[in-house]
Design a protein around this ligand. Structure first.
Ligand code: PRP
Ligand code: URA
Length: 209
């Protein structure tokens, strides 16, 4: 089984409740997605490796800890994952950003890939795949397959809302991936939307419906 973290922090819970509310408009929805990504990212990055580097303070030279090695790659699943990118960049502004384009067929709910561009030396980076919604898990499983095919090894996956079905599918397909979820919801409905969920994340971020 993967290492799964479901967040209990009251600020994350509060902001997710605001996201769910159908009266929350596009501007606030975007801001909340970013803020939640920052709060989750702070915890998800607690194991970033450090190395001591010599610096000089106004008082003396000293060895001080800094994040070491090849740095972070953030990989949003388009479209909705894009909404989380700035929230992680607020923590690690120098992170490289890849993109994976996936859409779910509206009838079959099967994901289809339409784009993949990842940063160089992907195998040497800590990679965070971002998508606010983990529903059936199909998009996340396929996106992580693409990352692995291109050499990615140290992979984390972050979603704001997960359904039990998607969490199970992802952890079984990729037991080596650390999974972080803002909330575990009840179930999927007959259209494979998360219940209670927040509706279509991409449409709410980009105002397309
Ligand atoms: C949504 C969401 C995930 C996917 C989750 O994207 O952002 O990528 O569905 O569903 P799954 O776990 O069942 O695969 P969608 O395909 O609607 O594309 P969009 O982000 O472009 O709207
Ligand atoms: N994609 C979404 O945006 N919302 C859901 O509930 C399921 C998939």
């Amino acid at each position: 089984m993967s290492n799964i973290t479901i967040f209990e922090h009251p600020l994350i819970k509060h902001k997710i409740s605001l996201l769910r509310d159908k009266s929350t408009g596009t501007k606030d929805f975007r801001t909340l997605i970013e803020e939640i990504a920052t709060l989750m990212g702070y915890e998800a990055l607690r194991d970033l490796p450090l190395e001591d580097v010599e610096i000089e303070t106004p008082i003396c030279k000293t060895m001080a800890p800094m994040v070491s090695g090849k740095k972070l790659a953030i990989v949003p699943i388009l479209r909705a994952g894009l909404g989380m990118v700035n929230g992680i960049l607020a923590l690690v502004p120098s992170a490289k950003v890849g993109h994976i384009g996936m859409y779910r067929d509206e009838e079959t709910h099967i994901p289809h890939e339409y784009y993949c561009k990842l940063p160089d030396n992907i195998g040497e980076r800590t990679i965070i795949v971002l998508d606010p919604m983990l529903a059936t898990g199909g998009s996340a499983v396929d996106a992580i397959n693409l990352v692995k095919q291109r050499g990615g090894k140290n992979i984390k996956f972050m979603s704001i809302i997960a359904a039990p079905e998607g969490l199970k599918a992802l952890s079984e397909a990729h037991p080596d991936v650390e999974i972080y979820c803002g909330n575990l919801d009840e179930r999927l409905n007959e259209n494979c939307y998360i219940v209670p969920g927040l509706g279509d994340a991409g449409d709410r971020i980009f105002g397309t419906k």
